[in-house]
Design a protein around this ligand. Structure first.
Ligand code: ZN
Length: 419
């Protein structure tokens, strides 16, 4: 696939995926179009060699795999979730002439950029239908319905010096001046847009705010891509297009997990049992299972910090990734990243063969290092793992920035792994 087509598809995927639920739904639609068959965890599996399958958990994580006779799988791991403002159960607050929503911050949110943005709301809703059955659906309001206004500088003369943000009191988005606003009516109206008119009771929802500004190319030569949720839908998209591009007899697996931003410990997170459960059903014989685990490699793809031109001292000078200079191999002596010399060498070898660049990242020794799904999956399964990521600025902002060359380059390297 050509880079321009690849990137345009990426922008569409980013815009259509405001929550992990929507990302998962979009990924499953693309997998179905590419000939993957859906499996259900609660049913019996009769797998046939040379076919391609996928399975979801919690509507927010997905595993796709080819069922090859060869056991040396190339696995790509990524995560579907991103930091955001999430609605509290009793969200509605009416005061000072406006209706606003109480929110929790999900993950390590960079809060400042959330002010003065045209926000919309999306997520999952559970309701009781007219047959007294519990049903679930996804909603996406799409239009800007809320905003978190900044406090004017005249009322806060320290705003540019030492402004702090209180997560309980300072970041409630405001919705309307109509104090008759009713939350259940609002949700019913959203359900009607999905042609659901028989919701008797709306019990619970998981709804997140998102920026309505679309993903776009930025820069004199379209050098950059600016978007919400690049961490980590960028890697999801690379993994998805890679697995959709390989033949059915090529051993490849994609695992896109929820809840990475909050530590991965959930049924659908990388710390949960999802991947292991799936693999044990594919390889029922324990020796076969272990042979597959020990001959496979997991490429854990999660964005990396490019050196910021205005804050260069935050990086180790010798390990400072640049935008548009290739995939970043992440190393950490304390195993915050799972890369080792063997998995790194394999990656470098494949990248060299397909003529794509790579860079190396080590966090400054006097700074803490983040972690990701790589070490968690390596620990759970005992699979040799490599942590990589695409260089980005503004990680966990409401609008992040990556290069327009790098994602397509990683896609080519992953396809090189599968050859
Ligand atoms: Zn991430």
């Amino acid at each position: 696939m050509k880079k321009q087509d690849f990137n345009e598809g990426l922008l569409g995927f980013l815009d259509a995926s405001p929550t992990p639920f929507h990302a998962t739904k979009n990924m499953t639609m693309m997998l179905e179009n590419a000939g993957f068959e859906r499996l259900y965890e609660e049913q019996k599996w009769e797998l046939i060699h040379g076919k391609k399958y996928f399975v979801t958990r919690n509507d927010s994580s997905v595993i796709a795999f080819t069922y090859s006779k060869n056991k040396n799988y190339t696995m790509v791991g990524c995560h579907t979730d991103s930091p955001n403002l999430k609605l509290k159960p009793n969200a509605v607050i009416k005061e000072y002439g406006v209706v606003k929503f109480g929110v929790e911050s999900y993950g390590g949110l960079l809060l400042n950029p959330w002010f003065d943005r045209d926000l919309s709301l999306a997520g999952r809703v559970s309701y009781l239908d007219s047959q007294n059955k519990l049903q679930t659906t996804l909603i996406d309001v799409k239009k800007p319905i809320a905003i978190v206004p900044s406090l004017a500088i005249h009322l806060d003369d320290k705003a540019n010096k030492d402004r702090t943000i209180n997560k309980q009191t300072d970041i409630s988005p405001i919705l309307t001046t109509n104090e008759d606003f009713d939350f259940k009516e609002f949700i019913s109206w959203q359900l009607e847009k999905n042609d659901i008119r028989d919701a008797k009771e709306i019990y619970a929802s998981e709804l997140s705010f998102y920026d309505t500004q679309k993903a776009s190319f930025v820069g004199l030569r379209d050098d950059f891509i600016a978007s919400a949720r690049l961490d980590n839908l960028l890697s999801c998209y690379v993994g998805l297009l890679s697995i959709c591009s390989v033949e059915a007899d090529t051993p490849m697996l994609l695992v896109a997990s929820d809840h990475e931003e909050v530590g991965s410990e959930s049924t659908s997170g990388a710390g949960g049992s999802f991947l292991e459960n799936v693999l044990r059903r594919v390889y029922k014989d324990y020796d076969d299972y272990m042979a597959m685990i020990r001959t496979s490699i997991l490429i854990s793809a999660d964005n990396a910090h490019a050196i910021h031109p205005n804050f260069s001292s935050k990086h180790d000078k010798e390990h400072s990734p640049y935008i548009n200079k290739g995939t970043v191999i992440k190393v950490n002596a304390n195993q915050r990243y799972a890369s080792n010399s063997i998995t790194i060498s394999k990656f470098m070898d494949v990248a060299s063969k397909v003529n794509e660049p790579y860079q190396q990242f080590v966090t400054r020794s006097d700074m803490g290092c983040g972690s990701t799904i790589g070490p968690i999956t390596a620990t759970r399964l005992g699979i040799e793992t490599l942590d990589v990521g695409l260089p980005t600025y503004a990680m966990h902002s409401i609008r992040e920035l990556c290069g327009s060359d790098d994602a397509h380059s990683l896609y080519k390297i992953i396809l090189g792994f599968c050859e």
